[in-house]
Design a protein around this ligand. Structure first.
Ligand SMILES: C[S@@+](CC[C@H](N)C(=O)[O-])C[C@H]1O[C@@H](n2cnc3c(N)ncnc32)[C@H](O)[C@@H]1O
Length: 466
């Protein structure tokens, strides 16, 4: 095997199908291993730091190449046997072949590198806090549905990596076992009710997705059938009732209507067909209701660690503060921290989440939480009050510059930034520090075990005026 310089003197340039032996140095924020061939970066999926592997180049770009493993010559000491037999084909748990403690270290390293590279900050990154459960932790399941060409058998599972081909998953050890049984029933019985799987290309068929919300508190499940229709019809209603009658663990079945040509899973409108249209969940000492279209963290036990962390920070640093909870979902942060605050104001754009939040506030006898159903940016711009601290928990794309400017204006002291994307967190921290803020710490949490996803909480102080 030639080294890259020797190789170049023969071949002038790296080409697809060329083979090399490399050692994996680290993992990127998208879960691929990185090796360097005389300084030239190659990304190789399904590898672990310290693996020595023989690779075949699959794509060559100007500054990097992609490759696949053709042989593991010396496995890393951190490799373990994946507990899921489908790990290689499914694509949902990219890191499951790496031991869990090392996964936590990798997530710390990814956070650190992303923050340092994008923001230039040397903020301490604390060790990743593990998830209390690393199997059966995923309590929201969203399976795309299709059917086989000839026999019309229903297929339900996750997409293969980088494709829209469904892996027909019968057993998934990261979700509660009851979810597998509900999906199996749907797979087996939909034909009897004349329900067809969705054909994405032709935009035909009935059932597009099955979404299940499982409660860690009660073990109950809300089943949502996402259908290619604008209103319910008898076959669908009968099928929904059959699912409900089959399982005592199913507390309700709803339909969600989505007939658009879109990759967005849920449509705007849902209808409860039988039973309840929510499940109950508990975070710290508060009880929440989660519906078809409400945002709720998929790993509530790990999420609870984040809520406790933020609550402790507020309790230890403020007396009777007024806090703004922005991008609030069902006001999860606001409700969890309400008993250490004078007042909490929350803002969230999703109507159903706000309605659910109002119910939850009432049921927990909370009187100091004010809920606004609005775009966060618009709310910030019109708000006259100032807040002791602001919690920002935006989607993966992070905040807009305008929202950061407004959060900076509205906060008297701190911004607590909760992020599910280290890259946009780093970008937004850079912007805030350029305005004079300092970042005290960044705490990674593992909510999505065995995947490359990381949740972080950054504690940001506004400049003090002397
Ligand atoms: C990462 S989730 C956080 C939810 C909540 N803090 C929690 O932990 O459950 C982001 C939330 O921001 C909401 N959202 C997204 N863009 C928004 C915007 N421009 N204004 C207000 N809310 C927004 C989404 O609907 C979603 O509920």
């Amino acid at each position: 095997m030639l080294n890259y310089k020797e190789y170049l003197s023969y071949n002038k340039t790296m080409k697809v199908n060329d083979e090399f032996i490399v050692k994996i140095e680290k993992i990127t924020n998208l879960g691929a291993g990185i090796a360097k061939i005389d300084g030239f970066v190659v990304f190789i999926e399904n590898t672990c730091p310290e693996d020595k592997v023989k690779i075949k180049i699959t794509k060559v770009n100007k500054n990097f190449a992609n490759a696949q493993v053709i042989e593991i010559i010396e496995p890393s000491k951190h490799r373990v046997k994946p507990f899921c037999p489908m790990q290689k084909v499914c694509g949902a748990c990219q890191l499951q072949f790496i031991d869990y403690d090392y996964q936590l270290k990798i997530k710390h390293q990814i956070t650190e590198e992303t923050i340092r590279t994008i923001s230039g900050l040397d903020t301490p990154i604390l060790p990743t806090i593990a998830s209390p459960e690393i199997k059966n932790y995923r309590r929201k399941i969203q399976y795309p549905i299709s059917q086989t060409k000839n026999s019309g058998r229903i297929l339900a599972g996750y997409y293969k990596p980088k494709s829209h081909e469904i892996v027909n998953i019968k057993y998934c050890p990261i979700q509660p076992e009851i979810c597998d049984r509900i999906i199996e029933f749907i797979r087996e019985k939909s034909f009897d009710y004349g329900i067809q799987g969705f054909n994405e290309k032709k935009h035909t068929g009935d059932l597009r997705h099955v979404v299940i919300r499982n409660s860690a508190l009660t073990g109950k499940n809300l089943v949502v059938l996402v259908v290619n229709a604008t209103k319910s019809f008898d076959r669908l209603n009968d099928f929904a009732k059959a699912i409900y009658n089959e399982f005592e663990e199913v507390s309700g079945v709803s339909l969600n209507f989505n007939s658009k040509k879109t990759n967005v899973i849920l449509g705007q409108k849902s209808e409860s067909i039988i039973g309840e249209d929510f499940v109950k969940e508990q975070l710290i000492d508060k009880t929440f209701k989660i519906g078809a279209n409400t945002f709720f963290q998929i790993n509530p036990k790990s999420a609870e660690n984040i809520f406790k962390y933020v609550k402790n920070y507020i309790k230890n640093n403020y007396e009777e503060p007024i806090i703004l909870d922005a991008y609030a979902g069902i006001t999860t942060f606001g409700i969890c921290i309400s008993d250490v605050c004078k007042k909490v104001v929350s803002v969230e754009e999703n109507k159903e989440s706000c309605e659910m939040a109002r119910e939850v506030v009432k049921e927990n006898n909370i009187t100091n939480v004010e809920i606004h159903n609005m775009d966060a940016g618009k709310f910030f711009a019109k708000e006259k009050r100032r807040f002791d601290a602001i919690i920002l928990d935006p989607p993966r794309k992070g905040c807009t510059l305008e929202s950061l400017d407004e959060a900076f204006r509205l906060s008297k002291k701190d911004i607590i930034y909760v992020s599910c994307n280290p890259a946009t967190l780093a970008r937004d921290l850079k912007y805030l520090t350029e305005k004079g803020c300092t970042v005290e710490t960044i705490q990674p949490f593992d909510m999505f075990c065995h995947t490359y996803h990381i949740e972080n909480v950054a504690i940001i102080h506004k400049p003090t005026i002397s």
